[in-house]
Every structure is written in C-alpha cells, then in structure tokens.
Design a protein around this ligand. Structure first.
Ligand code: NAI
Length: 256
C-alpha cells in the first residue's frame, strides 16, 4: 500500500479520507490539532497554523511518503490570521517541507473550495502573495496583502488554488514527478458548514444546496482526493476538480 498523509483527519472530509484510504490498503498517517476518538493509522498531533508545528510534523514523518492530502482548514470565523495560517501558509509550508521525504511520482492534493473560484479576478494581489518565502508571520502577511477577516476564507482558497497551479511546475515537486492538484468541494455536511451558515446566512447556503438537491457528504469528496493520489491520475497535474454536485456549473450557466 501507499504511504499517505491526511491532515484534518479528526473530522469531516479528512476523517473520511483517512478511513477510506486505510480500507483500500494504504498506510495512513493522520494528522490534526485535535486528537480524534477513532484514530486512523498512525495519528500525529500537529498545529498546522504555525511554522514550528509544521516543522515538527515534517520531522515526525518518515521518508517514503507517496501522497499528502491537505484537508485541514478553517472557515474564516476564527479570524483572518489563523485562517490564512492554516488554509494557505501552513499548507504550503507542509507541502514544500515534506517534498524531500516524498517518493518519486508522489501526489499532493489540496482541498480548496468553490469559494476560491474568483481567483482570476484578484490576480495582481494574489500573485504577490503566493511568492512570499517560507512561513511568514501570518499577521504581517495579512497586513501586507490587505486580507480582511470577512473575506479571509475565500482569499485563502484563492491563494491556495493559484499556488496549486504554480506548484505543479515548481522544481521542488516537478523534478521528481510529484503532481500537485486541488479538490474544491461545494457545501458539505460537516461541522464547518455550521460556521459557513453563520457567516453567509442560511438563505445563501440553502439556495446553493437547493440548486443541486442536497448538501454533499464527506463520502462524496474523499474518493476524488484518493483518485488524485492514485497511479490512475498520473497524467493529472496542476488542475482542480470541483466536487460540488454541479453547483458551480449551475451558477455559471445562469450567468452565460
Ligand atoms: P471540519 O471542520 O469537519 O474539519 C476540519 C479539520 O481541520 C478539523 O478536524 C480541525 O481540527 C482541523 N484543523 C483546523 N485547524 C487546524 C490546525 N491549525 N492544525 C491541525 N488541524 C487543524 O471541516 P471539513 O468540512 O472536513 O473541511 C475540510 C476542508 O474542506 C477544509 O479545508 C474546508 O475549507 C474544505 N471545504 C469544506 C466545505 C464544507 O462545506 N464542509 C466546503 C468547501 C471546502
């Protein structure tokens, strides 16, 4: 089996991804800041929103990792600093830090969101932001790139999508055949959805859900993540799979 690291494994999509990977015979390293009741594979506690936490995790993981599923994320309600730190800066630092411990032809899968699909409209700002070095101070990063609390969630996912496309051609990954892709869910029934309801309002979330008949479940998302980790996806690189039941297509076709 492959060695796969799954972050955010204590809840929702990450938990389901870790379980499914294990049931398919993978050797799973599950990571979260919260220790889950049912630990899948080898559990490692880590705070992915700090440079120290990411570094400790990279050191704790063995060589020979085949896939990294970056699922951990925050909704934006905790504020811009932790949201940017976990959803973008920490995820990027973990991916870059783990790359030397990954096998040739490995795979990095970044869970973004349909909330990040506006990235083309913010190219100028995002371009500057994704090129920063290392794991900068998240508060300073938010100040430097004009990131506000209210929009920090979509901003973090726009940064993540743009970085995913960029990273697919970064020699750190590309020289060893490591692919970098994204999976972007629409509304999914997990604890984070309650926070999105608080921020966006029930009307907006319900209307999105009604467009496609129901909210997704973690079980709808995990297989796409594991597909990108598999050898069958060997020619899929630097792309994004919307996993939203057709929501984005519905919104787009209305605007066409
Ligand atoms: P969730 O809230 O159930 O799980 C997120 C997990 O990330 C939690 O276990 C949490 O402890 C972990 N986490 C947060 N901060 C961390 C940190 N500093 N260090 C380590 N772990 C940390 O949410 P869900 O739905 O499973 O979300 C997974 C991903 O899917 C997130 O990136 C989210 O933005 C994305 N997503 C979710 C959608 C939804 O409606 N549920 C929609 C679009 C994207």
């Amino acid at each position: 089996g492959k060695n796969i690291v799954v972050t955010g494994a204590a809840s929702g999509i990450g938990q389901r991804t870790a379980e499914l990977a294990q049931s398919q015979g993978a050797n799973v390293f599950s990571v979260d800041r919260n220790t889950p009741d049912n630990q899948v594979g080898h559990f490692i506690a880590a705070d992915l929103g700090s440079a120290e936490g990411v570094e400790a995790l990279v050191n704790a993981l063995p060589n020979g990792i085949d896939a990294l599923a970056n699922v951990a994320g925050l909704s934006g309600t905790p504020g811009k600093v932790p949201t940017i730190a976990v959803n973008f800066l920490g995820l990027r630092a973990l991916s870059l830090g783990l790359a030397p411990k990954m096998n040739q032809y490995g795979s990095v899968i970044n869970v973004a969101s349909i909330a990040g699909f506006g990235w083309r409209g913010n190219l100028e700002r995002t371009r500057k932001a994704i090129d920063v070095e290392g794991f900068p101070d998240p508060a300073q990063f938010c100040a430097d790139h004009n990131i506000q609390d209210e929009t920090s969630y979509p901003d973090s996912k726009e940064l993540l999508l743009m970085w995913t496309f960029r990273a697919a051609h970064d020699p750190v990954f590309k020289d060893r055949g490591i692919r970098v892709n994204a999976v972007s869910p629409g509304p999914v029934e997990t604890p984070i959805l309650l926070q999105f309801r608080d921020v966006l309002g029930d009307d907006r979330v319900n209307s999105d859900i009604n467009r496609v008949g129901r909210a997704g479940t973690a079980n709808d998302i995990a297989p796409s993540i594991l597909f990108l980790a598999s050898d069958g996806a060997r020619w899929v690189n630097g792309t994004n799979i919307a996993c939203d039941g057709g929501l984005e297509a519905s919104v787009m076709s209305e605007a066409m």
